[in-house]
Design a protein around this ligand. Structure first.
Ligand code: HPA
Length: 239
């Protein structure tokens, strides 16, 4: 049944959904990497497609930017459309000096300045973690592909334009955070609350301290690398 934000029918979504932030990226990925993609949502132009990859059904949908946006879509997908796992494929800003532009970062966990997981968890601090099986699969695929990846703690911020950016980055680095983005902690909290699986893979698009960033074209190539890693890491009969 359609929900307030998704006008699809039962069975329109595959058990596995890949989520870039940008709905136009979702359209590009669906038409480039899925066989027989068909559009299953356009409410608020948050485009979603379902097709197949290597014979198994896969959906791709935009999440929008920030924890509130991804939380709405993830909750409706998990609770109303039979979705079992969401793999966010996004971009991030480097916190660790070991990261270079285009590097891939896998969010084993996600810290945050958002209050959403405290709201879910009686005011306590929830350790927002990726699903162990998705993490294991993607690490194994990365090794097989000889694709270098960094794995560790992300920081999901509510403020892209943070007024105390330098101080924040120094503190994040001192706690071993690899990179900053805006959705993973919300997605992981939602997946835990719904008893489902989630993972985040990000391309480093910004070296924040140096003021360097990928061009739009380079970001696109980064997205293609991530989706290939994500698709190849899916077990043959993910259901
Ligand atoms: N901050 C937050 N989110 C981001 C960034 C950043 O610098 N780069 C890409 N996503």
């Amino acid at each position: 049944m359609p929900t307030p934000h998704i006008s699809a029918n039962p069975g329109d979504f595959a058990p596995t959904v890949l989520m870039p932030g940008d709905p136009l990226r979702a359209r590009h990925l669906a038409h480039t990497f899925l066989d027989s993609p068909r559009q299953v949502n356009a409410v608020r132009h948050m485009l979603a497609y379902t097709g197949t990859h290597a014979g198994q059904p896969v959906s791709v949908m935009g999440s929008g930017m920030g924890i509130p946006s991804i939380s709405i879509y993830a909750e409706e997908l998990f609770t109303q459309f039979g979705v079992e796992r969401i793999i966010r494929i996004g971009s991030c800003g480097a916190v660790s000096p070991d990261l270079q532009l285009r590097d891939l970062v896998i969010g084993m966990g996600a810290s945050t300045d958002s209050a959403v997981n405290r709201a879910r968890f009686g005011g306590h601090d929830f350790a927002a973690l990726a699903s162990p099986s998705l993490l294991e699969n993607v690490m194994q695929t990365a090794r097989e592909q000889n694709t270098p990846v960094h794995i560790g703690n992300l920081f999901s911020t509510d403020l892209f334009y943070h007024p105390k950016n330098e101080t924040l980055l120094t503190m994040l680095q001192s706690m071993g955070i690899l990179a900053i983005e805006m959705e993973a902690a919300g997605l992981y909290g939602c997946a835990a609350a719904c008893g489902k699986q989630a993972l985040t893979i990000c391309t480093v698009s910004d070296l924040i301290r140096q003021g360097e960033r990928l061009s739009a074209e380079e970001r696109e190539q980064g997205f293609d690398a991530m989706i290939q890693l994500a698709l190849q890491s899916l077990p043959p009969q993910a259901s």
